[in-house]
Design a protein. Structure first.
Length: 327
């Protein structure tokens, strides 16, 4: 680990739930080492149960790790938790504001906790709060999902934190509100706030400067989205046809197909090879065309329904599945 001060630094962080040596014990985090720079928009992504929320609770001083070290803004999350809480903003995955209080009352309450006031830091929340300002007298529990998220983000920002932790902030929110929310985060980043956001939506990960892919408490990879995609080691093909369930079973029977899985309206298949770049290189094109012809022949031998095959650029989901299968 480097000595340079980072916004977040963890070293061999471990956390489990349940009695030691118990069969029911769950290891939520396993030797997590991360460095996140100041001003970064850093994404943590993975399925439910990957350890994202546990990591966030440790970094925001709400949970004590079993072992390892974690520092945020140069402060130890266990020893310096009181000072740390004055400098961070945290928006948990579950809506946790006071439903019996109005929008305005919630905002005033959180400002008072940090001995701050709305007026001084209003510029931070103006773009967000203006959408919910007309509902200032409405109880928080009566807001829509998107409005609740905007209120929660406003309350997390009202004391002008140096770093913002957002745990799956767009889960259960409609697509339009999701897009608006990420636009807000981009504006906050431009104001110098370090943002660490967890998400189960892989497409949101593309909006981050760097991302860490989590699985079962471990980090599969940590890189920029483009860096992760460019490191995809196999040829990726998309297949679609008339009878997709039957087609998937047939694809999995082809010996040299490394993996085959459903992806939206298509099936994605990976073929292991030594040429992993998606480019205009003539040799690469010849190799891919040859693969497509061989797969076509194999499917025709099995009387496959009408289908079409073409090479595609991998998505973050494809990278995740490839890394998951190899570790």
């Amino acid at each position: 680990m480097e000595n340079k001060l980072q916004a977040v630094s963890t070293n061999n962080l471990n956390k489990g739930y349940g009695a030691q040596k118990s069969a029911s014990r769950v290891e939520a985090l396993k030797n997590i080492s991360l460095e996140i720079g100041f001003g970064e928009m850093f994404g943590i992504t993975g399925p439910d149960g990957a350890g994202k929320t546990t990591l966030f609770r440790i970094l925001t001083s709400l949970l004590i790790p079993d072992s390892g070290e974690a520092n945020v803004l140069g402060m130890d999350v266990v020893k310096d938790f009181r000072k740390l809480r004055e400098k961070i903003g945290y928006m948990p995955g579950k809506f946790s504001l006071y439903g019996d209080l109005t929008v305005d009352e919630n905002l005033s309450f959180f400002a008072s906790i940090f001995k701050s006031n709305i007026k001084d830091n209003y510029y931070l929340i103006e773009d967000i709060f203006k959408d919910i300002a007309p509902f200032g007298n409405r109880k928080a529990r009566d807001l829509s999902g998107g409005m609740k998220q905007k209120l929660a983000l406003s309350c997390a920002l009202v004391h002008k934190p140096d770093i913002l932790f957002l745990d799956e902030p767009t889960t259960g929110v409609d697509p339009v509100s999701r897009r608006e929310f990420w636009q807000m985060l981009d504006r906050l980043k431009k104001q110098g706030i370090t943002i660490i956001v967890s998400t189960s939506y892989m497409d949101e990960a593309l909006l981050c400067d760097r991302i860490a892919l989590f699985k079962e408490g471990t980090i599969l990879s940590c890189d920029t989205p483009n860096g992760m995609i460019s490191s995809f080691e196999n040829t990726l093909l998309a297949v679609h046809g008339e009878n997709m369930p039957v087609l998937l079973k047939m694809l999995r029977k082809i010996p040299f197909v490394k993996s085959a899985y459903s992806f939206g309206a298509q099936h994605h298949i990976t073929i292991e090879n030594n040429s992993n770049s998606f480019n205009n290189d003539k040799t690469h094109k010849i190799m891919v065309q040859s693969l497509i012809e061989i797969i076509t022949e194999e499917l025709q031998k099995m009387d496959a329904p009408v289908f079409h095959i073409n090479e595609i650029i991998p998505m973050i989901e494809d990278c995740y599945l490839e890394l998951s299968s190899s570790k």
